[in-house]
Design a protein around this ligand. Structure first.
Ligand code: GTR
Length: 433
């Protein structure tokens, strides 16, 4: 894989002089002042690359939408392969009486390549105990293993590689028993079930471990052809791989006999932070997701690249060189050259409902840039006869606004809270039930 500028993966291979040339930009301070944002012009979602205007939902669907998906694939996330073999799944544990009688639980081994020697994703499902017939669901990847989502002792402990930054709950890059329930504040399972929804979750590292190893582990190598040893500059990085994994989980829901109790036509995809970027990309490329939720997704997610506020393209490509495709490196300090911006990513959800959430103290993720993306996707929703985001200005903190596009900024930091979930559940009730 060729890289044209520095990333942690390649800095070692650069001459000293070349590395030094990269340093000033790397140490550049993040912009946290609106007055310092350079003037920029956003690409118009409704203008084709050849200048033609998109005037109808039909033209959007037939021409502009596919063009935008290709542009985002080529320049930001990388193109993921079509699955060559159907995914296979095996329920390895279940209970009709979980969480003190509130839930039914399913644990399903999903073999992403259909083969037992290929990557295996353990999917945890909670269904409302009393539900009759298939229920709508929230599907989201988690950061620390299924066992971190709830203290339920029956959840299989993750054995996959895990980042050590999660603290004492991870030892030698593996989750420990102490991690059980450690992320439960982000997953209010009982609240979700009480509202009639199922929760479906899996550990993102089961799909592709979140570190830069040149794509030798995880799902990528299973799709190399010939002598290929890594993705081409326009092929999938880790975010596209995680999103692809979400689609395979949806395949399982869609094709299993009873849908595992879930209505495949009412699955909302949700994610926080890097997994919020992932949820958005999953919703963009896979229109089977009925509703899409971005929680604090920031740079490479809902935030506009061209604002360069908080985390910038250079910064994210330097800290996490494996998240995006290599072509994205061309836009380090060069955001204006991008043929797309993130309001067009939100527009790719149209006409499906989409919700973007920010947190007041999460300035790294650029709340205003997230709001603007949600707002500026509106004209595409209008083609379908929907009101997008009914707000001219950024709403006050803790004052959610929603049309077919929802948005809030809540008090507090970069996290997923009950406040966030309360808005998502209300939005899903109105848009999906
Ligand atoms: C940060 C990164 C963000 C966000 C976050 C997370 O370090 O700069 O883009 O994705 O990680 O995923 O927790």
């Amino acid at each position: 894989m060729k890289r044209t500028c520095c990333s942690s993966r390649h800095v070692a291979a650069l001459t000293l002089a070349a590395a030094a040339a990269c340093l000033p930009a790397l140490s550049q301070e993040a912009i946290y002042d609106e007055a310092r944002i350079p003037a920029y012009t956003l690409p118009d979602a409704l203008t084709m690359a050849d200048g033609r205007k998109v005037a109808s939902a039909g033209e959007w669907r037939a021409e502009r939408r596919p063009e935008l998906v290709r542009l985002f694939e080529t320049h930001i996330y990388g193109r993921a392969p079509q699955p060559t073999t159907p995914v296979t799944a095996e329920v390895f544990e279940q209970s009709e009486d979980a969480l003190g009688g509130k839930a039914r639980r399913r644990q399903v081994a999903v073999y992403l390549t259909g083969r037992r020697d290929g990557p295996r994703v353990d999917v945890l499902i909670y269904l409302p105990r009393q539900a009759r017939g298939p229920v709508p669901a929230f599907l989201g990847l988690n950061f620390a293993g299924n066992q971190a989502v709830n203290a339920d002792p029956a959840i299989r402990l993750s054995e996959s590689w895990m980042r050590e930054s999660r603290g004492e709950n991870v030892l030698n890059n593996r989750a420990t028993e102490a991690s059980r329930g450690s992320s439960s504040s982000r997953w209010p399972v009982e609240m979700i079930l009480a509202r009639g929804y199922a929760l479906v979750t899996a550990y993102y590292g089961d799909i592709d471990p979140d570190f830069d190893d040149g794509f030798r582990n995880g799902i990528h190598p299973w799709f190399y052809t010939g002598k290929q040893t890594g993705p081409a500059p326009d092929e999938w990085g880790s975010i596209a791989a995680w999103a692809w994994g979400l689609s395979r989980i949806l395949d399982v829901i869609e094709t299993s006999n009873d849908g595992l109790g879930i209505d495949a036509k009412r699955v909302a995809v949700i994610g926080h932070s890097r997994l919020g970027k992932t949820a958005l990309w999953a919703g963009a490329v896979d229109e089977r997701f009925a509703l899409v939720i971005s929680n604090d997704s920031g740079c490479g997610g809902a935030a506009l690249n061209r604002r360069r506020f908080g985390e910038s393209v250079r910064r994210i490509n330097t800290s996490f060189p494996h998240w995006f495709c290599d072509n994205y490196l061309q836009y380090n300090d060069n955001e204006d050259a991008l043929p797309v911006d993130q309001h067009e990513l939100i527009a790719l959800m149209a006409p499906r409902p989409v919700y973007v959430a920010s947190a007041e103290e999460d300035r790294w993720a650029d709340p205003k840039g997230e709001f603007l993306s949600a707002k500026l996707a509106g004209p595409v929703y209008a083609l379908f006869g929907y009101e997008g985001l009914p707000a001219e200005e950024m709403p006050a903190v803790n004052h959610p606004v929603a049309g077919r596009i929802g948005y809030h900024i809540r008090t507090g930091k970069h996290d997923v809270t009950d406040y966030d979930w309360t808005q998502y559940l209300g939005f899903a009730d109105r848009q999906m039930k």
